[in-house]
Design a protein around this ligand. Structure first.
Ligand code: GRF
Length: 220
């Protein structure tokens, strides 16, 4: 017989489930799925959500037969939309949410529903160049180094606590496309690493700083 205790135990002992939200190409989504499939990220894919039916990432997800929901966002009020997304994620038992080129700000409702369990990737070394066209902003500013940042999502735009960063030099020959391509390569690696780290639970937050927790001592 299946008891409540069995149920609780299986929910606790199962691998954490990921929800991945995207709006476009979905290459970061693909990188996360690949890292899950190879066992590098000890998790399961709970649900992919796109807010755009014709996003290239949608065609890929269908081809891979991944659990996918299109929840179109055009013309919808932010919180009302987010309530539907959160309900879908919960239905699939999603524990962690990865924003992977999801071109919408999240409401306070969404952030509270998954507080400190929503990750985003941004193609600059935050806090430099938040918002759109980060690679173009970096070139126009004339920085010598840019890169990418994986961070926790809070109510601010690209402003939550930083989990991991990778540095990419800006070359004299770079245009936006070339710089974005080199940053993207790092994004795919960094997102998987950051996620793996967060799932390990070996960290704590001190203000904005995400610090590695000391390993538990053998003597307790
Ligand atoms: C990436 O550059 C990511 O940093 C930014 O949006 C872009 C999404 O690319 N947030 P993709 O859809 O993952 O290929």
């Amino acid at each position: 017989m299946f008891s409540m205790a069995d149920h609780l135990e299986s929910a606790e002992s199962r691998r954490p489930r990921l929800g991945i939200l995207f709006s476009g190409r979905g290459s970061n989504c693909q990188a996360i799925v690949a890292a899950v499939n190879s066992g590098h990220i000890p998790a399961e894919i709970g649900l992919l959500v796109s807010n755009r039916e014709h996003a290239p990432g949608v065609a890929w997800a269908r081809q891979q037969q991944l659990p996918l929901r299109i929840i179109a966002s055009a013309g919808r009020e932010r919180e009302e939309y987010d309530r539907e997304v959160v309900a879908s994620l919960r239905e699939q038992g999603v524990d962690w949410v990865c924003l992977a080129g999801f071109m919408r700000l999240l409401s306070a409702y969404f952030i509270a529903a998954y507080r400190n369990r929503i990750l985003n990737i941004h193609p600059s070394l935050l806090p430099a160049f938040p918002g759109l066209e980060a690679q173009r902003q970096a070139l126009e500013y004339g920085v010598r180094y840019s890169g990418c940042t994986v961070h926790l999502v809070d109510e601010s735009l690209d402003g939550g606590p930083i989990i991991a960063q990778a540095v990419v030099p800006v070359l004299d020959t770079d245009d936006e496309t070339a710089l974005a391509a080199r940053i993207l390569e790092q994004e795919h690696r960094l997102y998987a690493e950051a996620l793996r780290y967060m799932l390990s639970g070996g960290y704590y937050l001190q203000g904005r700083r995400l610090l590695r927790a000391p390993a538990p001592s053998a003597t307790g």
